[in-house]
Write a protein that binds this ligand. Structure first.
Ligand code: ADP
Ligand code: ZN
Ligand code: ZN
Length: 757
């Protein structure tokens, strides 16, 4: 007998599964993991995934029929479904949220009407461009003014300009999928097309291009070989191993050999990198060795490419290796044997928004353990949690690689007291005289310089010099960021944008100035002090597209630029041969960030950035500017004392009840009405205290307490690491349900951030 019903996962943030009826014909073909099109609500249709087939007719509601069975073979494997369920349980979100994050958009089309789209078209891509009429500078400005009253359209227009590199020398085509990624308005797109502002067109795009392997892996040095052997030895007893190897010790080389070993045993390998570290440098290095056996999965790839990789992984000839970012943990694997998490300490492995708010490192460890695969965590600056697990709890093995390849020396780190220099009024813009001097020497010697500016807190703003007025977003509780290239003030949360006013709306003065030493400002400073130098800036604004990003790196690599200014992006996995000076422009901001991980992060960032300095036969120099030269973290960075840093941090964490001794869950509450929200948040905290006692802190206002017209409150929970997390989660959900039963809570949005990072 064929089953009559299918439970499906819908791409919606709703708890549980939904049951639909199969026609007899579908029933003969349907399998768990196949996609179906189902009606939901009054006129919506969704692509859903079958997660169970059965004969149990639901008693409480009328079952609707499945409209169409899309696949005759599963596109989501049983292991993946189990993994999704784990993620939904652990991170306290709907399994539909996981589904949404996991599948490339082209595999889960939704539609408003009867017409069901045919799904993924292998070689065509729909693209959007700005119509000819608006290519002219003046026409575009008039358009900005006209769209002032239509912020959503303006937002889309800005996105298109940015993605297409409209104001840069390198123009790019923009796919519709790329443009419409995230929370953007589809109806605004339709309007822009209808009004002839945007044009829509279709192009053929190539299949995944395979490059053939061209070289053998290079032989390992003795220390590398030793580490390699120890890792394999560890894996005979433990599932997870930390490779703690200083910068430039050749961890990548060790990974390559481990991958080869796994391939010889017929296993697949997943190699995870943080988004910003996945550059051509590392790609090409691996591609030379593994050629077409390796696929790359990157969020800046088009959706079609991602669909193709997904399909290939389901086929009889999947890639043996996937090199990818966070979301590649969702790809189907048929014989996964090894997961490598490179730069495991990187906090961008944690997804912040939307749900699932997962940590890709931890999720990867779980995924691997579900199939009996091994996980290698690699870094020069392990996260404190990982270090603790490798040295205290014995959960992970530990292998060290403490020698740099070819005994390259670690750089000299000089701390410069900019507080004092500022006091003496000797600062040259963002630079101390010492930094200017060593930069001058380096440039004169034909060497290169990297300048590091932490992004946090450095968003350039505009301020009225007379009264201190700062433009803020009308929807969100944040200041607007100034984008010079498009001359707009933009909200990074909701996309709302305005042209900078000529007069201060508060005092009517005209003295509006841009604030904050953003990377653009530093570029200006360099033009003042080193007018001849060729400078590149790598930050959020200049690297929206993959090709821009790679061009900046390549230009620097090949010496076309001499000074590279950047944010965290430049600290990751880049290997340049001619950098003799690294300047850390201001360590204070990293150290003053209000977060229990601030010191750990500051150390990691500075140690990683410092690791970029040094050349074959010359010791590198790091100039570390701070007004707190006596700060313990500054001392530890200078001494390269990672373990000293960890010991001090662990003591603090234990004392103040933070991870790894306690696990944290943030409960976020959102509502349109601030007063009501305060009331509901207070009652929720009271209710939580009944169950969890003084493990509950708050409610508080988070740093950004309003987004898109919704006010936000946060309740913080801290649990002893020994408590059962499954039990805690079920209690939390129980309390939420209990509260939601009361009417006033119905309009409240509640979500969780488990193990916030
Ligand atoms: P890490 O990832 O530990 O910071 P890398 O893997 O980037 O270090 O290695 C640093 C440099 O040393 C790179 O330029 C790399 O090509 C070189 N290198 C490392 N190991 C070897 C090896 N076994 N043979 C040849 N070159 C190596
Ligand atoms: Zn003013
Ligand atoms: Zn906003």
């Amino acid at each position: 007998m064929n089953p009559r019903f299918a439970d499906v996962i819908l791409p919606l943030p709703l708890p549980g599964h939904f049951t639909y009826a199969l026609t007899p014909q579908m029933a003969a073909q349907a399998q768990v993991g196949c996609r179906v099109i189902v009606p939901f609500g009054t006129r919506k249709f969704y692509t859903a995934i079958i997660c169970r087939l059965h004969d149990e007719e639901p008693a409480t509601y009328q079952v609707k029929p499945i409209k169409e069975l899309i696949d005759t073979a599963p596109v989501v494997l049983p292991l993946q479904l189990r993994f999704w369920q784990w993620m939904s349980d652990y991170y306290l979100c709907a399994v539909g949220d996981v589904y949404k994050a996991a599948l490339p958009a082209g595999m889960k089309l939704e539609s408003d009407g009867e017409e069901i789209l045919g799904g993924f078209k292998p070689r065509e891509e729909v693209r959007i461009r700005l119509s000819e009429d608006y290519q002219e500078e003046s026409a575009l400005h008039t358009l900005f003014d006209t769209l002032e009253k239509h912020p959503k359209q303006l937002n889309l227009l800005m996105r298109l300009l940015e993605l297409s590199g409209h104001f840069s020398s390198e123009k790019k085509e923009v796919s519709k999928a790329q443009l419409m990624k995230g929370d953007v308005s589809t109806s605004s797109l339709a309007t822009l097309i209808k009004n002839g502002i945007f044009q829509i067109y279709t192009v053929e795009v190539g299949r995944l291009t395979a490059k053939e392997a061209s070289t053998e892996a290079r032989p390992l040095s003795d220390p590398q070989q030793k580490a390699y052997d120890q890792i394999l030895q560890t894996f005979t007893q433990q599932n997870v191993c930390l490779l703690y190897g200083v910068t430039s010790s050749g961890k990548t080389e060790v990974y390559i050999h481990l991958i080869q070993n796994a391939l010889e045993q017929g296993q697949q390998v997943l190699y995870l990198l943080p988004e910003i570290a996945l550059t051509t440098q590392i790609t090409e290095r691996l591609q030379r060795v593994f050629g077409s056996r390796m696929g790359i999965y990157h969020s800046k790839f088009s959706d079609n490419e991602r669909v193709e990789i997904w399909r290939k992984q389901l086929s009889d000839e999947p890639y043996d290796i996937i090199l990818g970012v966070r979301s590649s943990i969702f790809l189907p694997f048929q014989r996964l044997g090894l997961v490598i998490v490179d730069e495991e300490h990187e906090n961008t492995y944690k997804q912040q928004d939307p749900a699932p708010r997962y940590h890709a490192r931890n999720a990867a460890i779980m995924l691997a353990s579900m199939v009996g695969a091994k996980t290698l965590l690699g870094t020069a600056t392990p996260s404190i949690e990982t270090w603790y697990n490798a040295t205290e709890t014995g959960k992970y093995g530990l292998v060290q690689l403490s020698e740099r390849y070819q005994q390259l020396e670690l750089p000299e780190i000089r701390a410069i007291d900019i507080g004092w220099i500022r006091h003496q009024k000797r600062m040259l813009g963002s630079f101390s005289p010492d930094l200017v001097n060593v930069m001058r020497d380096a440039l004169a010697a034909g060497e290169q310089v990297i300048l590091f500016q932490n992004r946090r807190g450095f968003a350039p703003m505009i301020e009225c010099h007379n009264c201190g007025w700062i433009p803020r977003c009308e929807n969100c509780d944040v200041t607007l960021t100034y984008h010079r290239s498009i001359n707009l003030l933009v909200c990074h949360y909701c996309g709302h944008s305005i042209t900078p006013p000529l007069r201060c709306p508060a005092c009517e003065e005209t003295d509006l100035r841009s604030l904050g030493a953003g990377t653009e400002r530093i570029e200006d400073d360099i033009k003042t002090f080193f007018p001849e130098a060729r400078v590149a800036r790598m930050d959020f604004d200049t690297t929206r597209t993959r090709s821009n990003y790679e061009k900046i790196i390549r230009d620097f690599e090949q010496g076309r630029t001499q000074i590279l200014i950047g944010t965290q992006m430049i600290s990751k996995g880049l290997d340049f041969g001619n950098v003799s000076v690294v300047g850390i422009l201001n360590a204070d901001l990293m150290l003053s960030y209000p977060d229990f991980r601030a010191y750990e992060r500051a150390y990691q960032l500075m140690a990683q950035v410092a690791g970029r300095a040094g050349r074959k036969h010359k010791r590198g120099l790091v100039v570390l500017q701070t007004s707190d030269v006596k700060h313990p973290i500054i001392h530890q960075v200078r001494q390269n004392d990672y373990q000293g840093m960890v010991a001090a941090q662990l003591a603090d964490r234990q004392r103040f009840r933070y991870p790894p001794y306690y696990r944290m869950v943030y409960v976020y509450l959102k509502h349109r009405n601030a007063q009501l929200l305060d009331h509901l948040a207070a009652s929720m905290a009271t209710r939580l205290r009944v169950t969890f006692g003084d493990r509950v802190l708050g409610p508080d206002r988070p740093p950004v307490a309003k987004i898109q017209k919704l006010f936000i409150r946060k309740i913080m929970l801290k649990f002893e690491a020994g408590l059962s997390s499954a039990r805690i989660r079920s209690l939390l959900l129980q309390i939420q349900q209990e509260l939601l039963a009361s009417d006033q809570f119905k309009s409240l949005q509640v979500y969780y951030d488990v193990d916030p990072a």
